[in-house]
Design a protein around this ligand. Structure first.
Ligand SMILES: CCCCCCCCCCCCC/C=C/[C@@H](O)[C@H](COP(=O)(O)O)NC(=O)CCCCCCCCCCCCCCC
Ligand SMILES: Nc1ncnc2c1ncn2[C@@H]1O[C@H](COP(=O)(O)OP(=O)(O)O)[C@@H](O)[C@H]1O
Ligand SMILES: [Ca+2]
Length: 577
């Protein structure tokens, strides 16, 4: 779409003259020297202009009382390298121009504001913000009030802030309360907080659409509200994998400019009832045991995972299981193709058409006829493997985090409608350590003889025949009430989820006793089953079925901007750190 906007004039910044130009999709300013020669140009896409204000605007009060009625200030996104393997840090850039006249000043501010409205139709006006005061290092409130709220205010976003008082407070609010008027929901916390928002919004959307979440073959309705994440947790994997850095200011700026990143979500079911949703890690064996062990040491904060990881590694466990999976189309992409899903990823954009095939004639972008899960011949053949595994992991995205900058599956895609299934067969302790260690570098963790990775649409896991009873006995099993609950749900297809139990501390306590720490070293009998880690929550079931729902939610993000190849980073508005 071409636009009619074009405004060009001389402007001053201090005593330097600039030629400023607003054309099409960009606002740029070039310093002009005394001989009228161009010096450096800074060019900002209109979509990355945060705001425009008359006069001199300071975030902090300033002493200057100069006459500024011919001035205007532009706030914009400025990039700097994060210095690591990953994305770019965003900062608020600010430039104050002086015009020769007030008329020209008004022309500039009006044109810039109109351009903003035209080019950024999805910017949020009103946000619902949930702060977990106990996430990560317990700095959620401080991070929001000191770094994020001032930026929202500057951008004219009004926010309704709720500091959570208990686990599931945010989820229950989203399931039950009036959400009219909100453009998006922001969580200040970690992956557990994000998961609450995810469950609340997906559940609410299906309720309103009259869809049953329990049936894995049902095509779910994508959520209309965007989700923003201000990282303040322990792993912050969803933030890291969708933005590329863990930085509250960068995330706030992505929210403000209304960036939109679709995200695949995996639903986990047990005997025809929904158990939970997952986006980052659905892991059995090592990652399940690490989570169960780490829950006992919450007081350690984010360090609990390193401690638990070491303990579980030393316990040297493997578990028997049957894994069945439905492979994705191998012609579209592969988990070993060495590509990375970056901002503007073509694999993901091509998937949109496949996932939502008839946007125009159905009247909604979201009513899809995608039915990969049904039992027709299109779905392909299930593959089944059985044996002993160190771990079985399913991830809908790379799941990169500061511990593992390229993630569990470095070539996974955020929004292609598939997940990567990683099978680590039983192996000697040093082999497994090598596998784990490769997550910390660019070495290929799949290039090991005991590791397999498959791009999949769905996965089933079950304990081998005869093992199941034994395992449930050891893990506390299902009590009578729980069994009845599951049966009721499968009979009447009720909307009720099996999440209450899985989210409760209760279950974690129960599983603790079952989780086999140091057994390999000191005990004679090792338990037959591990537990599932579902984005940091322990699931109360071992036999599960899970399915990937392509692009079920949207985040205020744009995927990882690769510092090395980003065009805009070679320009002057990039400050290399
Ligand atoms: C030897 C070094 C090994 C490093 C291995 C790093 C693998 C990291 C993969 C991380 C995937 C993360 C997926 C995200 C999961 C989160 O949803 C979820 C919840 O996060 P929240 O508490 O912020 O809400 N987080 C988790 O479940 C944490 C999983 C963390 C696993 C860390 C394992 C550390 C292992 C250290 C092993 C050390 C062995 C040393 C032997 C001498
Ligand atoms: N006010 C609260 N009190 C106790 N738990 C809470 C509260 N608010 C949220 N939670 C729960 O805390 C858990 C961990 O939160 P999260 O923000 O992910 O931090 P971390 O990354 O450190 O685990 C989440 O599962 C969430 O449900
Ligand atoms: Ca995916």
């Amino acid at each position: 779409m071409e636009t009619d906007f074009r405004l060009e004039s001389s402007l001053w910044v201090g005593n330097k003259r600039y030629r400023a130009l607003l054309t099409g999709w960009h606002f740029q300013w070039t310093e002009v020297d005394k001989k009228n020669r161009d010096k450096k140009t800074i060019s900002v896409p209109v979509s990355e202009v945060v705001g425009v204000d008359e006069g001199q605007v300071e975030i902090l009060p300033q002493k200057s009382t100069e006459d500024t009625d011919k001035d205007f200030t532009v706030f914009y996104v400025k990039r700097s390298s994060s210095g690591g393997l990953h994305g770019l840090l965003w900062r608020l850039g600010r430039i104050q121009f002086s015009c020769p006249s007030r008329v020209l000043r008004d022309q500039w501010t009006q044109h810039l504001r109109t351009a903003l409205k035209t080019h950024s139709p999805v910017r949020p006006h009103r946000l619902l913000v949930f702060i977990n005061p106990f996430g990560g290092k317990k700095k959620g409130r401080q991070i929001y009030h000191s770094l994020v709220a001032p930026l929202f205010e500057l951008a004219g976003i009004s926010s309704h802030v709720i500091v959570t008082e208990r686990a599931n407070h945010a989820r229950d609010h989203l399931l039950k309360k009036d959400l009219t008027g909100f453009d998006g929901v922001v969580c200040v916390g970690g992956d557990g907080m994000f998961s609450e928002i995810l469950h609340g919004l997906i559940g609410r959307t299906q309720q309103e659409a009259g869809l049953c979440e329990n049936d894995p073959s049902v095509t779910l309705q994508p959520c209309p509200l965007h989700i923003g994440i201000i990282p303040a947790g322990s792993t912050d994997c969803v933030c890291y994998a969708t933005v590329g850095v863990i930085d509250p200011v960068t995330s706030a700026l992505h929210i403000i400019i209304g960036d939109s990143q679709p995200l695949d979500v995996c639903s986990v079911h047990h005997t025809a009832a929904l158990v939970r949703y997952s986006v980052s890690l659905l892991g059995y064996g090592f990652y399940g045991d690490v989570l169960a062990e780490s829950e006992k040491h919450r007081w350690m904060g984010p360090l609990r995972y390193d401690y638990a990881g070491t303990m579980v590694y030393l316990s040297n466990r493997s578990y028997a299981g049957i894994v069945q999976y439905l492979p994705a189309d191998p012609l579209l992409s592969s988990p070993r193709d060495k590509t990375r899903c970056l901002s503007g990823c073509s694999v993901c954009s091509k998937s949109t058409g496949r996932l939502f095939p008839h946007p125009s004639d159905s009247g909604s972008l979201y009513s899809s006829h995608f039915s990969q899960f049904s039992n027709d011949s299109e779905e392909g053949e299930w593959v089944s493997v059985e044996g002993r595994f160190r771990c079985v992991s399913l991830t809908c995205m790379s799941s990169s985090c500061p511990k593992s900058p390229l993630g569990l599956s470095p070539s996974a895609h955020l929004a292609d409608g598939t997940g990567d299934l990683i099978l680590v067969w039983d192996t000697h302790p040093l082999g497994f350590l090598k596998f784990l260690y490769r997550h910390t570098s660019t070495q290929d963790q799949f290039d090991l003889p005991f590791v397999e990775v498959h791009r999949v649409k769905a996965v089933r896991f079950s304990l081998p025949a005869g093992k199941e009873e034994e395992a449930f006995e050891e893990t506390g099993g299902l009590d009578e009430e729980e069994r009845r609950h599951v049966e009721t749900i499968s009979r009447n297809g009720s909307q009720q989820q099996l999440t209450e139990r899985s989210m409760g501390q209760e279950i974690a306590n129960e599983q603790k006793s079952a989780t086999p720490f140091l057994c390999g070293l000191c005990c004679s009998k090792a338990p037959a089953a591990s537990v599932w880690n579902c984005d940091g929550e322990i699931l109360p079931f071992t036999n599960i079925i899970s399915r990937i729902h392509g692009q079920l939610v949207r985040l205020y993000a744009r995927g990882i901007e690769d510092g090395a190849t980003m065009h805009s980073c070679s320009e002057e508005n990039c400050e290399r750190a």
